[in-house]
Design a protein. Structure first.
Length: 506
């Protein structure tokens, strides 16, 4: 059943002229995600995009029976694309009971839009809920075990690295759920610290950032299959060009009116991804320069041994970089991003243009114990409350396998987290901290959802035990856990389950 119909026509040049005269006009019309697309487009493609979005939103407001400013505001209206990136659906919070059909066309300097509203048959509540939660992780907000992320620590670490390097652009690396710290929490803190861009590993992480409202450049550091070029364009993500063949495949699949922003990856010795030969690199740069649908935003590499005292291989990579990249016809405004956290902390910067910082932003020492630093502050704290306390007699076995047996009467406390939360079974024998800093040993095998500690005395339910972080004058770091497990802190942090809620604190 048709319940609304609206049509609109806009002259592209007139809309463009208004945008030039009134700089705030674009931000009034476009949502943050749409603005990111608009900013990356050039020439007539940019003008057509703005006029088209304006026309669709005007038509939609007519279809719901009111003008913009009453029931609907331009910022309320989000235009969603189909799989090919074409606009087919409008989403408005007050009109979610209808199906929205869009038709848009260009004739010369005019864009025409038609919006039809069709009454939708509401699916069952069960069906709605099932679809809503199908791809969502369960976060246990009703269980007293959680992670705290310090916004001030992240800001302090960012400031420290900036001061050490003197670079112009700080790219915050938030891949793998922000190194396990929580994507939303870290992005919020990093934006408050005025970072210049973000780096992720996958296209899905990049899309999440755009949907979260991130406006800064987003670099995808892993290989993105060329089949997803439309998503790259829609969300204005910056994929890494790892080969000439990849660039050719993406160029073939790029729609005629689309613009794609790129960063070139150069393999100077990491041996992972990137272009290794000068001739191929020259051809890639030439193809990008000759294609007005492609914009080169950055060129980068990755150091393999910047976290080691021996700088021989590091210097070899620097020489290889200059051999491959020097004198290429690169745009003057691109970001050269070579330095990772270790390079930023301990080396003279190979480029003062941009740095990619992950580990150091979270307060990790990228070198472990080989090169020390006291300039960084850990951002993550892991806590849980006692949910059960009991006194047991001597000779009482605790947990699976009866690997711990009391030798005297002891107070045993239970914490509601386990290896399913990323607190590994091998951490049996490690300890937590009472609020006053006293140690409580983890006894018995760590179970999937619970673990036990030996308490010095009877303690009330709800007493907070710190498993990572400071309490009193004592501190447990992720590096301490890593030493116990013979691994690295990053593995511990990224293993912390999404089941644990992350809380951003000062």
């Amino acid at each position: 059943m048709i319940v609304g119909h609206g049509i609109d026509a806009q002259i592209i040049s007139q809309v463009s002229a208004v945008a030039e005269r009134r700089p705030g006009f674009v931000d009034v019309i476009l949502t943050p995600a749409e603005r990111a697309v608009y900013d990356a487009r050039k020439g007539k493609h940019r003008q057509e995009f703005l006029a088209g979005r304006f026309s669709i939103k005007e038509a939609y407001s007519k279809a719901i029976g009111t003008g913009i400013g009453s029931q609907a505001h331009w910022q309320d209206i989000e235009i969603l694309p189909n799989e090919a990136g074409q606009p087919i659906m409008v989403k408005h919070p007050r009109q979610n009971q209808v199906v929205v059909h869009i038709s848009i066309s260009h004739t010369g300097d005019t864009v025409h839009s038609s919006v039809i509203l069709e009454k939708a048959i509401a699916p069952s509540v069960a069906g709605e809920n099932q679809e809503k939660v199908a791809n969502q992780a369960v976060i246990s907000t009703r269980r007293p075990a959680w992670i705290e992320i310090s916004a001030s620590a992240i800001a302090q670490n960012i400031a420290t690295v900036r001061e050490l390097t003197g670079t112009h652009h700080f790219i915050a690396i938030v891949k793998a759920n922000a190194y396990g710290h929580g994507l939303a929490q870290v992005v919020t803190a990093a934006k408050q610290a005025n970072v210049d861009g973000f780096g992720v590993a996958t296209i899905d992480e990049g899309i999440w950032l755009r949907q979260y409202g991130v406006m800064e450049p987003i670099f995808i550091l892993g290989v993105t299959p060329s089949d997803y070029v439309d998503d790259l364009v829609t969300y204005q993500l910056i994929p890494v060009v790892t080969s000439e063949a990849w660039l050719d495949a993406v160029s073939r699949k790029l729609s005629s009116q689309a613009t794609l922003v790129l960063s070139i990856g150069v393999d100077t010795g990491m041996g992972r991804i990137g272009i290794r030969h000068r001739e191929e690199l020259q051809r890639v740069v030439e193809k990008i320069n000759q294609n007005n649908q492609l914009i080169l935003k950055g060129v980068g590499m990755h150091f393999a041994t910047a976290d080691e005292k021996d700088q021989t291989y590091y210097q070899q990579q620097v020489k290889t970089w200059h051999k491959l990249v020097d004198d290429l016809p690169l745009p003057s405004n691109i970001w050269y991003h070579l330095a990772n956290s270790a390079t930023s902390l301990w080396h003279e910067q190979p480029s003062h243009d941009a740095i990619r910082v992950g580990a150091a932003m979270y307060g990790f020492n990228p070198s472990g114990k080989e090169i020390t630093t006291d300039k960084l502050t850990p951002a993550l704290t892991l806590k849980a409350e006692l949910v059960h306390v009991k006194k047991v007699a001597a000779g009482t076995a605790i947990s699976y396998g009866a690997t711990y047996t009391t030798t005297q009467p002891e107070w045993i406390g239970t914490l509601p987290l386990g290896y399913a939360d990323g607190y590994a079974r091998q951490l049996q024998g490690m300890y937590g901290l009472l609020p006053d800093g006293r140690h409580v040993e983890i006894i018995g095998r760590i179970a999937m959802d619970q673990l036990m500690v030996c308490l010095p005395e009877d303690m009330p339910i709800g007493t907070v035990i710190t498993l990572v972080g400071k309490a009193g004058q004592e501190e447990i770091t992720l590096a301490d856990l890593a030493d116990h497990l013979d691994t690295i802190p990053y593995e511990i942090a990224t293993s912390l389950s999404t089941r644990l809620p992350r809380k951003l604190v000062k």
